[in-house]
Each structure stands twice: as C-alpha cells, then as structure tokens.
Design a protein around this ligand. Structure first.
Ligand code: PAF
Length: 283
C-alpha cells in the first residue's frame, strides 16, 4: 500500500493506473476509520482494480464552535486498517496541499442542502461538496463509494456528479451498526457510558416508527410522533425528525413513495444522525 500526500503525486498515480487499463474506486473519509468505512472499502474492492482511501479532516465543512479541533485523528490505526482491508493507496494531504490561502472558488448546492443537516449546519454542505469535487479531480476515480448513514450527503454528491458531469459512478453502502443497533460513527466515542445507553434509543425509536409504518400507518405526523414518544423518554434533544422523499428530499405528509425518515439528535453535546428508508408499499 502506498501513501501519497501531494495532489500532483496522486494525480500521477491515478493516471498511471488509468494508462494500464485499471479502474479506480475512491472511498473519501475524514479518518478515524471504523467498520462502516471498511464496508465501503469492500464495496470499492468488488468493483474496481484499485482502491484509494482519502483521509482528510476537511476544515471547510465545520462551522464555528463545531468539533474540528477535537475531531479524532488516528493515523497509525487508520493506516493499519487500510492495509488489512487491502487498500492500494491512501491519499493523505495536509490542509495547505488541499487549499490555497487565497482560494476563491467553491461549489455550492442550492436545493437538497437547504433542509435537514444543511439547515442546522449552515455552510456545511458547500464545504463537503467542494472538497468532494476536489477529491474527484485529484484521485480521478471511476467509482466513488459513500454510506447511506449520511443520506443527505449521499443525495447531494449524486447531484454533484449529475450536474457537473463527473464521469464517476456513485456506489452506496448500507448503514453499519454496532451489535446493539447504534449506527457506527466517529462521534460515538464522544459519548459517556450513560449517553451511549441513551443513544440506543435513536435507532430503537426509528425502528418503532418503521414498525408502525409497516402495520399500515402512512401519515408522517403519526410516524414522527411515534419516534418522538420513544426518543424523548430518555431526554434526547431532537434537532430534526423528518420524513422526506428519497429522490428530491421533499418534505412529505404521507408516505406515498420510497421515503427516508431522517433524524439528528443531541445526546449530551454530541450530535448524531441516523435514518431508515421506508420502502414504498401498495397504498
Ligand atoms: O463523510 C465524510 O466523512 C466527509 O463528509 C467527506 C465525504 C469525506 C468529505 O469531507
């Protein structure tokens, strides 16, 4: 496995692979790799000849007061995890390699990013979409793999590829959960033991709403009420709990098409997200 820190070095490596007819899949990460990331690497490996994992804690997607400074950095463990997973290359740039001091161009998304996490974290998705566009231009992948846990991010990246004509196929990875159901996230390690227990209610409450849906309830307000009843029992502070269409993330009143029930919840000071896709049934 090789580690490349420079943009020019990464582009040269990817061009070499391209010239020898090898396809490339990118798994973009901010490091602190867990099984969720490795599941994306597995998808990448099944599809492409070469797998690149980028590790870059992107400052432009963190707002003032968010956890940029404390975001866990675990380079040695990440490198070992990539080696064991059969990654071909880690792209590991520093901040000055990624961003010119006088940078003046970025990418913004003006529809899908206005709600959910975008509403609570102004500027977040401009930061994400710009760095992902840059990573696409640097790593030159044929495929890029993103997880469904960040459902809104995935939707926006698919729109980025469509609207800016990146010749890249986006592959999707399922949410990977701990044995007790908590969705894997680098931010889980901020939780105290009590908070970790309380956080279990996020998935359990989503599941309660999903069961109600499967029993025939199609009204979003009733499904959201079911989620809140359970989640608020343990004092979780809800940032949002919304049901939206999968395709355009439009707010729904009735689940009449494939929809996503997406939530963001504060457990203590830690903000966690999760979601469940409500599959369309005959209505
Ligand atoms: O999902 C993440 O880890 C980040 O938002 C991403 C896609 C690597 C961009 O910095």
């Amino acid at each position: 496995m090789i580690v490349i820190e420079s943009v020019a070095g990464m582009q040269a490596q990817s061009r070499n692979w391209q010239q020898s007819g090898e396809s490339i899949a990118l798994v973009a990460t901010m490091g602190n790799l867990h099984q969720g990331h490795i599941s994306l690497v597995d998808i990448a490996k099944n599809k492409a000849d070469r797998v690149v994992v980028s590790i870059f804690v992107n400052p432009t997607q963190f707002a003032e007061g968010e956890d940029l400074d404390t975001y866990p950095k675990t380079w040695d463990a990440d490198k070992t995890a990539c080696e064991l997973a059969g990654v071909d290359c880690i792209f590991f740039p520093g901040e000055s390699e990624m961003y010119y001091k006088n940078k003046s161009i970025g990418v913004s998304e003006e529809s899908l990013s206005q709600s959910l996490c975008g509403a609570s974290r102004p500027g977040h998705f401009s930061g994400v979409v710009t760095v992902v566009a840059k990573l696409f231009n640097i790593c030159l992948p044929d495929y890029a793999v993103f997880g469904r846990k960040d459902f809104q991010q995935l939707s926006i990246i698919k729109r980025l590829v469509r609207d800016l004509n990146f010749p890249i196929e986006i592959l999707e990875g399922d949410i990977i959960r701990e044995a007790d159901g908590l969705a894997m996230s680098s931010r889980n390690q901020y939780l105290s033991a009590d908070e970790r227990l309380a956080a279990l209610l996020i998935n359990q409450s989503l599941h309660a709403a999903e069961l109600l849906y499967e029993s025939g309830e199609k009204q979003c307000s009733a499904l959201i009420r079911r989620f809140l009843e359970t989640a608020e029992q343990v004092g979780l502070r809800i940032d949002y709990a919304e049901i939206r269409s999968v395709e355009h993330l439009e707010l729904l009143e009735m689940v009449f098409e494939q929809s996503v029930f997406a939530v963001a919840v504060y457990v203590g000071d830690t903000r966690l997200i999760d979601n469940v896709v409500l599959k369309s049934t005959e209505i």
